[in-house]
Design a protein around this ligand. Structure first.
Ligand code: SF4
Ligand code: SF4
Ligand code: SF4
Length: 399
């Protein structure tokens, strides 16, 4: 059976153990196992559950029998695996890998491929639909206070039909409206609330449960093929009898589209709210955040966590000229302006910088506004494959 770009299927694993333990038919786990077993890749990068459900651990697996460890999903997996690959796996220079990625991770990988920091031919992206992730500690507090459940008793959390559903070890189930939680400053991370890519169309294959209806509801995933590479892989996995597929029905396709559309609209609304009346230039946006940034203790956490801040010799630490005078705290505005200049075209709203900031500054919020202005001006959208030149790389700029 020939598979091609644009094809959509319902799919589930033919491996009983993976089907049982994996999420919605265990398709992602099965593909990963297949790729390793057949030496198509040297390793797979996945997220495993660590100490508990709130502890998401990035992991490189090289033995196909170990892939089962990564079955299931963790909504507190807020990391960006692009950093793991570019920093710790040397951008896949010497090894071929496959990874499971959220849309903001596939976007960041695409940006890093454009900048030569990840070798695109050596990476296979199995994307997963994403409605949002939650910061682990805040989530534990919220479960205790709002759900009145001991976070240790939670076995699963799920976002469905606008609700955050929590299931306990005793089989209890409680849900609250995500909208309401977010109005109270709880729920998904702020960058997730304004996220504008929910189905990772820039990965090779996208997998999720949206739109799986009928006899396979809850037992299979909806798979969409987004590249030739993805098509070839899926074709092999099916031919070698690792997964079973069925054509999705029209109702399922429509439901998936509807969910995606409503999530994107919510993202747009949150972004609009964030930008507010900041309709001027980048400097105006920067001014608006000055009070907030005056709390910066210059710990370099945002720079360290940002997957798109990758220079080995960072100019912020150069001896002279003294870009950031004196090493004082709070950091001089130039500290952030320098970082802004370095990644303004590339920020993918992944939220890592806000996540780590000890002063709880909405770093990603400002970069999101600034990146939005660059996109509007240059028609260049970070995280997407494009033939357009990267802004600020040529005179005159050809749009
Ligand atoms: S930014 Fe988007 S893709 Fe990334 S975790 Fe949040 S909702 Fe998911
Ligand atoms: S600046 Fe923040 S949101 Fe943007 S790519 Fe870096 S870590 Fe992600
Ligand atoms: S993480 Fe926060 S406190 Fe640390 S340098 Fe960045 S903005 Fe400043």
């Amino acid at each position: 059976m020939a598979i091609k770009e644009g094809d959509m299927y319902y799919a589930y694993s033919k491996n009983p153990e993976i089907k049982e333990n994996g999420e919605y038919g265990g398709v992602v786990t099965t593909i990963m196992k297949y790729l390793l077993k057949n030496h198509i890749v040297d390793g797979v990068v996945v997220v495993e559950e660590g100490m508990d459900l709130y502890d998401a651990v990035p992991s490189l697996i090289t033995d196909p029998e170990d892939v089962i460890r990564s079955a299931g999903s963790i909504h507190c997996g807020t990391m960006n695996l692009a950093k793991f690959i570019s920093k710790y796996l040397d951008g896949c220079r010497d090894m071929k890998i496959a990874l499971t990625c959220k849309p903001c991770e596939s976007m960041t990988i695409v940006e890093l491929i454009k900048k030569g920091k990840i070798i695109g031919d050596n990476i296979i992206m199995i994307g997963v639909n994403c409605g949002g992730t939650l910061s682990p500690i805040k989530t534990m507090q919220m479960i205790k206070e709002v759900y009145e459940i001991d976070p240790k008793n939670v076995v699963k959390e799920e976002i469905s039909k606008g609700k955050l559903i929590i299931k306990t070890i005793d089989g209890d189930r409680k849900s609250f409206s995500i909208k309401k939680l977010e109005e109270e400053g709880k729920g998904r991370r702020e960058n997730c609330q304004r996220c504008e890519l929910k189905i990772p169309s820039n990965a090779d294959i996208a997998v999720g449960n949206w739109g799986v209806v009928g006899h396979l509801a809850g037992k299979a995933s909806f798979v969409e093929v987004f590249s030739n590479k993805g098509a070839k892989i899926l074709e092999k996995v099916i031919k070698d009898d690792f997964i079973e597929i069925e054509k999705p029905n029209k109702e399922g396709i429509a439901i998936r589209e509807k969910i995606n559309k409503s999530m994107l609209e919510l993202g747009k609304k949150s972004k609009k709210k964030l930008i507010g009346d900041l309709t001027g230039d980048i400097i105006e946006a920067f001014h608006a955040y000055e009070d907030e940034f005056s709390r910066c203790m210059k710990c370099y956490g945002c720079r360290e966590a940002c997957p798109l801040c990758y220079c080995d010799d960072c100019s912020l630490e150069s001896e002279g000229p003294e870009w950031v005078p004196g090493g004082y705290t709070p950091a001089a505005p130039f500290f952030h302006l320098t970082r802004m200049v370095h990644m303004v075209d590339a920020c993918t709203n992944c939220g890592q910088c806000s996540e780590v900031c000890p002063s709880e500054i909405d770093v990603a919020g400002l970069w999101s506004i600034v990146n939005n202005k660059v996109s509007e001006e240059y028609g260049y959208y970070s995280g997407f494959k494009t033939s357009k030149p990267i802004p600020f790389t040529q005179y005159p700029h050809k749009k």
